[in-house]
Structure formats: structure tokens, C-alpha cells
Design a protein around this ligand. Structure first.
Ligand code: UDP
Length: 252
């Protein structure tokens, strides 16, 4: 197939995080089906390399608890709605994967009876071992967290080799590349540097959790064609966040 990228399998199991903005177009729809279909296609291409793939989905295209609470909804309730929003993305992504005949399962920290099954570590590992792409919804299941933190947590729980953080920007920059054309992209970064507020990589809870558990993070853009497949397989893209000593895990 034309889109297929060269498979050099380096990872056994990965945790891919796609934030809500990956599921909508910049201008309009909060649920832009072609965006889910494209992500499913890239997952499919990478799956051929035999990598086990768990996906944590965000919900920011639909709603964010902090924003809703500013409009007057009590914060923990607003966050619960945010967690439910992630299930919507998860179900639509499952649909896109199944259209490609990829076995996919949604497991959520927030069960929706009759629609979305509850997440347990062992159920998740079992589905991965049996060739399913597992889509993890509901974040951590608790308010005041983000799906980035959920992604780090799930990656550690299921023993993923790497946390692939898909975002709009193709890595971590010295400054905001949109407002500062002189900003340079880091190829690799120590956890402690990533924790610096100025770099704004992701929330500090997610980075700290990854650091404490030696989970490498790759920050990359899901907007660039084939990047999701490349990240899953282990090509060198984006910015690697970890300890310098661990760099060989993902930079060949
Ligand atoms: N959320 C939560 N606990 C979690 C994860 C998410 O309460 O463990 C809620 C929170 O309100 C958040 C929303 O779900 O704003 C959507 O998640 P997030 O903002 O992380 O999505 P993304 O920015 O990745 O699209």
C-alpha cells in the first residue's frame, strides 16, 4: 500500500495519547469523522509491525472541565462530563478502526453500562496480547487530572515501552514556535527540563509520574502524515523526553 512505512519494529507495546484536538478540524466540527479515520489508518499501518497498541484519548474537542466550571458548573461535575466526553471520542475511534477490520476495544475508567466496559489492568493487557487495539477512555476516573496523566499512568500499569504524546506541534521547542520563528526544537530533553514551566510540554503530574517510573515520552505531531505510524513503530520523530542514558531506546 502506498502509505505503508518501512517497519522496523522496536517497540513491543506502546501507549499512544491523542488529545481531543486530534479529532476535530481547526475551524469547526468537534467530531470530524475523517480525522478519526486517518488516525485509524495510521494505527493499522503500524499494527502490521506487530506492536501492541493502547490509545488514551482526550476529550478537549468536546469539553474541558476547567472551562466548563468557569461557566458555573461545579468543578468535579464538570470534570466528570469531561471524562464522559473522552468516551465519545473513544467510541468513534473504535468505529473507525472496526471499519478497517481492526479488532478494537474501549475500556473506560468511567463505565457507561451497556455502552462502555470498565477498565482493569489485566483486562487491558489481555486484549492487547490477543491483538486488539485498546482504546482507554475516562482518563484516570478522578477529577482534577488530565488525560496526559492518565496516559502516563496507564502506560506504566500495562508495561508500555513508551508514552507517545501526539500533539499539534512536532516536538518541544525552546519557545512558542508560532509566535517566535527563532524557536528551536529539542531532539531530546531530560525529564527535569521538561518539567520547567517555560517549556509547557504537558502537565507536571504526567511528567513526574513518567520520570519516577523511567517511562520515556515522545512528543510528536499527529498532524504530519504517517507520524502516528512512525511513532508507534519507533522511528525517530519529535522530541524524546527521558534520561540521557535511556536515549538509545528510541533514537536510532
Ligand atoms: N478529566 C478528568 N480526569 C482525568 C482526565 C480527564 O477529570 O483523569 C476531564 C477534565 O475535565 C478534562 C477533560 O476530562 O478537561 C478532557 O480531558 P483533557 O483535557 O485531558 O483532554 P485533551 O486536552 O487531551 O483533549
Amino acid at each position: 500500500m502506498e502509505n505503508r512505512i518501512i517497519a522496523i519494529k522496536k517497540h513491543k507495546r506502546v501507549l499512544l495519547k491523542i488529545s481531543g484536538e486530534g479529532f476535530c478540524s481547526e475551524s469547526s466540527s468537534v467530531i470530524d469523522i475523517p480525522k478519526y479515520d486517518l488516525i485509524a489508518e495510521e494505527i493499522n499501518n503500524a499494527r502490521d509491525a506487530g506492536v501492541e497498541i493502547a490509545v488514551v484519548v482526550g476529550g478537549g474537542n468536546i469539553l474541558r472541565g476547567s472551562a466548563l466550571s468557569q461557566s458555573g458548573v461545579e468543578r468535579t461535575r464538570a470534570d466528570q462530563l469531561g471524562m464522559i466526553a473522552t468516551s465519545i471520542n473513544a467510541i468513534v475511534l473504535q468505529d473507525s478502526l472496526e471499519k478497517l477490520k481492526i479488532p478494537a476495544k474501549v475500556l473506560s475508567a468511567v463505565e457507561i453500562q451497556g455502552i462502555v466496559e470498565s477498565y482493569t489492568i489485566h483486562k487491558c493487557r489481555n486484549f492487547l496480547e490477543n491483538g486488539f487495539v485498546v482504546i482507554l477512555a475516562g482518563g484516570t476516573g478522578s477529577p482534577f487530572f488530565t488525560t496526559d496523566t492518565a496516559a502516563a499512568l496507564r502506560a506504566i500499569e500495562i508495561g508500555a515501552d513508551v508514552f507517545l504524546k501526539g500533539t499539534k506541534v512536532d516536538g518541544v521547542y525552546t519557545d512558542d514556535p508560532v509566535s517566535n520563528p527563532k524557536a528551536r526544537k529539542y531532539e531530546k530533553l531530560e525529564y527535569m527540563d521538561a518539567l520547567s514551566n517555560k517549556l509547557d510540554v504537558m502537565d507536571s503530574t504526567a511528567i513526574s509520574l513518567s520520570m519516577e517510573n523511567k517511562l520515556p515520552i515522545v512528543v510528536f505531531s499527529f498532524r504530519k502524515k504517517n507520524n502516528i505510524s512512525k511513532a508507534i513503530i519507533g522511528h525517530k520523530i519529535g522530541t524524546y523526553v527521558g534520561n540521557h542514558n535511556d536515549v538509545s531506546r528510541n533514537t536510532k
